[in-house]
Design a protein around this ligand. Structure first.
Ligand code: ADP
Ligand code: ZN
Length: 519
């Protein structure tokens, strides 16, 4: 059977070898085990159900939310001589008839369907008669109610599995534990499938974060050290894509901007230019990258903090697809944290979803302020267990110095509590340092016991402590109180003396001296 698998891999798909993780998944799915496979985007998930579909009897039903992707895959399979068809809203009636004919004649090996099809009367009965041997679910996280891609019709897949009583193989790139749990509940009725989590490491990418102090300068320096290489700068706003591209052009780079507010035609032109031109820099919002297949992007920088580890990973992952070394740099600062928090708080999403989003942001901030190898942090977030520090990240290059910050953190929490949790970091720092500003005196805050308790610590140090406290989610800006800092549950044990806080000292120094950026 092993030999047969390899023969199909070569002869039908034209690949010499499996990618990391593919072989085990293909074996499990072919053997008819219920499977949940988590692989990064571009990791090669489709092969993991397409190949078993050819080795197993009957037709494999593939549920996918993306019509364009289904059409691409069907085209690719047909070109490889595999009988495949799709039932999507984009079909002509003739196409749909042809698919049903092939299905009832038993010729079809793969049948792609949008989840909405499952709601159409009689479809499940037709599939029961067609001899389905396997259900494959692409983008399985769409079943998660608290995720961003929730598709209610995905909830019908559980019923389909029960009706057909065949193995189910689910695929996704979204790895967080809650989503995984929901997939197991909703698609497998809680019966644990064989779980595979593979291929998240991108060893050729160098990872680095830096505290924003003069963001434009930092991006220009990073680009200057990589002149003539293709790169992407991800920006938080449309306006910034334009101003940064302008600044890069003035510094002598080829640079263009790209965002969702541009006309479709201009976006396409920008994509084509980036694809074809050597050494071009694109300053873009996250709208950029979906359709980009450029293997030699040598660097990706974030001028603003992304919104989750998944987003971060996906964006840096566009660099170095050719396997050659590529560099990444992600800038972050307290404004980013405030911006992302208020974005979540102001969204109309239900409370659970907003809480989940805060949790996702916390995970990214934990990565930003990590105290050990960044790749270890990143991969363990995805559930992988690497063997040791990577040697290819900023924290391996220069390990951060840490210190016990429990006392200053308690001082800061107490300053916030004693002033009603209504003030921002600036005012709280004035109180801690004993600066009798007008605002401090007017409110009588110079009479507080906390006034001046932190004067041994410099202002940039306090700023770094507050930023790391926000990053650890010990404090949060309260949208109801003009962003005044409020203590979170996580801070309670610290205040009570039951937990200590270890923070990084190097970012404190860099708040003054500017972050080190590896050239
Ligand atoms: P995703 O995991 O995002 O669904 P795809 O299945 O689209 O990824 O695969 C990404 C790319 O990798 C495709 O171009 C595919 O042809 C290629 N690919 C998949 N498996 C292999 C392999 N074993 N060897 C070489 N290329 C592969
Ligand atoms: Zn490392």
């Amino acid at each position: 059977m092993e030999r047969e698998t390899l023969a199909v891999l070569r002869d039908t798909f034209g690949f010499d070898a499996f990618r990391p993780g593919q072989e085990e998944i293909v074996d499990a799915v072919t053997a008819g085990r219920d499977t949940l496979a988590i692989m990064p985007t571009g990791g090669g998930k489709s092969l993991c159900f397409q190949l078993p579909a050819l080795l197993r009897g009957g037709v494999t039903v593939v549920i996918s939310p993306l019509i364009a992707l289904m059409r691409d895959q069907v085209r690719g399979l047909r070109e490889a001589g595999v009988e495949a068809g799709a039932l999507t809203s984009g079909n002509t009636p003739e196409e749909t008839d042809a698919v049903w004919d092939a299905l009832s004649a038993g010729r079809l090996k793969l049948l792609y369907m949008a989840p909405e099809r499952l709601a159409v009367g009689g479809v499940v009965q037709m599939l029961s008669r067609a001899g389905v041997g396997l259900i494959a679910v692409d983008e399985a996280h769409c079943v998660s109610q608290w995720g961003h891609d929730f598709r209610p019709d995905y909830l019908r897949i559980g019923d389909l599995r029960r009706a057909l009583d065949v193995p189910l193989a689910a695929f996704t790139a979204t790895a967080d534990a809650e989503t995984r749990e929901e997939i197991v509940q909703k698609l497998f009725a809680g019966r644990e499938p064989a779980m595979f989590l593979r291929g998240f490491d991108r060893p050729n990418l160098h990872l680095a974060f830096a505290v924003k102090d003069s963001p434009r300068r930092q991006i220009l320096d990073f680009a200057a050290a990589r002149k003539g290489q293709s790169g992407i700068v991800y920006c938080g706003t449309r306006a910034k894509t334009e101003t940064l591209a302008q600044a890069l052009r003035e510094a002598g780079h080829g640079a263009i901007s790209y965002h969702g507010g541009m006309e479709a035609e201009d976006r396409r032109a920008a994509e084509t230019r980036f694809q074809q031109e050597d050494g071009l820099i694109v300053c873009a919002t996250i709208a950029f990258g979906m359709g980009i297949d450029k293997p030699d992007i040598r660097w990706v920088a974030h001028a603003d903090l992304p919104k989750s580890v998944e987003g971060y990973y996906q964006e840096i992952g566009r660099a170095g697809r050719d396997g050659a070394p590529a560099e990444t740099l992600t800038l972050y600062g307290p404004e980013d944290i405030r911006f992302r928090r208020s974005q979540i708080d102001e969204s109309p999403a239900p409370l659970e979803r907003r809480q989940a989003d805060h949790g996702r942001l916390n995970a990214l901030l934990g990565l930003a302020e990590a105290t050990r190898c960044r790749r270890l942090e990143l991969l363990s977030y995805f559930g992988e267990t690497p063997e040791g520090p990577c040697g290819r990240c900023d924290l391996c290059d220069s390990p951060p110095e840490t210190f016990d910050a429990t006392t200053p953190v308690r001082m800061a929490l107490s300053a916030a509590l004693r002033t009603g949790e209504t003030f921002g970091a600036g005012h709280l720092i004035d109180i801690l340092m004993g600066n009798a500003t007008d605002k401090v005196r007017q409110r009588g805050h110079d009479d507080l016991p906390t006034f001046g308790v932190g004067k041994e610590t410099s202002k940039p140090q306090w700023q770094a402590i507050f930023r790391q406290m926000l990053g650890r989610d010990l404090m949060r800006p309260d949208p109801e109180r003009h962003g005044g800092l409020r203590m979170t549950e996580a801070a309670r044990p610290v205040l009570k003396g039951e937990a200590e806080v270890i923070l990084r000292r190097d970012t404190i120094r860099s708040a003054k001296a500017g972050p080190k950026v590896k050239a």
